[in-house]
Design a protein around this ligand. Sequence first.
Ligand code: URP
Ligand code: ZN
Ligand code: ZN
Length: 468
Amino acid sequence: MARTIIQGGMVVTDTDVFPADVLIEDGIVRQVADEIDDVRPDDTLIDAQGKFVLPGAVDVHTHMDLDVGFTRAIDDFYTGTVAAACGGTTTIVDHMAFGPKDCSLWHQVEEYHRLADGRAVIDYGFHGVFQHLHPETLDEMRQIADQEGITSFKVYLTYDYRMNDEDLYQILLAAKDAGIVIAAHCENHGVIQYLRRHYVESGCTEPKYHPLSRPADCEAEAVSRFLRLGHMAGDAPVYVVHLSSAKGLEEVRRVRARHQKGVGIETCTQYLTLTDRLYEDSQEGLKAIMSPPLRKKEDNEALWEGVADGSIDTVATDHCPFHYLAGGAEKQIGKDDFTKCPNGAPGVQERLLMMFTEGVRKGRISLPRLVQLCCSNPARLYGLYPQKGNLMPGADADLVILDPNKSFTFTKDEIRGASDYSLYEGKKMKGDIDLVMQRGNVIVKNHQFLGKKGDGQYLKRRRSDLCF
Ligand code: URP
Ligand code: ZN
Ligand code: ZN
């Protein structure tokens, strides 16, 4: 395979920013050096003068093609990964939907290969999901980790298939023993059930009641309980998905202060940059119905402090779009009752530039911290490092060339996935993605997708860095 040299850019790693050329051969980064001077006649040269060269971003929380029973998320593994690629994300680890009642853990693994193989345009892995604990379930978990490289499984502490403490504790003990990460959606189910019923029975059914029915204290209580159970299971590897609130962060800080090992914490772009004011309009508010809900400005600011000071490890998206008005207008199912609205919103495309614009440009985080949050930490915590989330020799040549001198407004026309709206419409992105490369192939240039359906490779993952 011919070689590619990216010349004259500023390479960004998770510790440094420095001028360097990057030599790529056979889809792998071969050399990162001041200047690569043995240029051969058939080398492809890419000029990155004045631009940043970052590792391809890794999004460890997406829901492509998610089956929610009465409908399904509208991005499949093709459209969703095209959107991801156009936003500089070259790897996803997707959270599986629940399968039929009482199904084996293998059921959804097989189902997800059917959904993703031959469709994804970027590299992908899956998190397993628990929906019960039967006598054989923990063996299934261990087999899936060994045979499929699915080294993380999710539990929900709310929704119909939530785990109770007794089952969760056994899962955590087994996960600790097997070196498997347990990721959790943390919200207190009982209080939310009560509040949802209360609001609906009182005729309070507009989107503005959605955040009131899922208060931040519900998150804080469940975060605290989940992390404490992890501690009781011998500091099992635990990971909190989509932390949304200052109160939740307070619980995380307590756990960090007692030096519990094996704890990973994720927030998402929307919890850093959007607020519950979006729910004020009873129609538009449907677009932002997700769980946990958007919070207050003070929560945004607290979470920025958390990502800056290391309390939070990763920023993901929880990408889970439904049409607002186009297609089946699935969001409109909630127009007369927010509790009926399918939960979730798009975001896989916007993350990297939002983090650059709102984080780096506003001085909240450094460029290396951006790489930690969006590239290297997700890869480390989910067993993909140093192959992914990293630009050093030996890594997959997944990279993004980001031009800090360009800016553009994110409009509907920019959307590359199936969604008919973005939560970031009208946002001025202060930087632009010139090019995205996956394993040495240019798959995005100037906002256009150039890759091919099915070119994404399934990733068998190793043990997480949360295992010790
Ligand atoms: O509202 C959301 N986040 N939908 C996707 C499922 C989940 O809870 O992560
Ligand atoms: Zn969730
Ligand atoms: Zn999710």
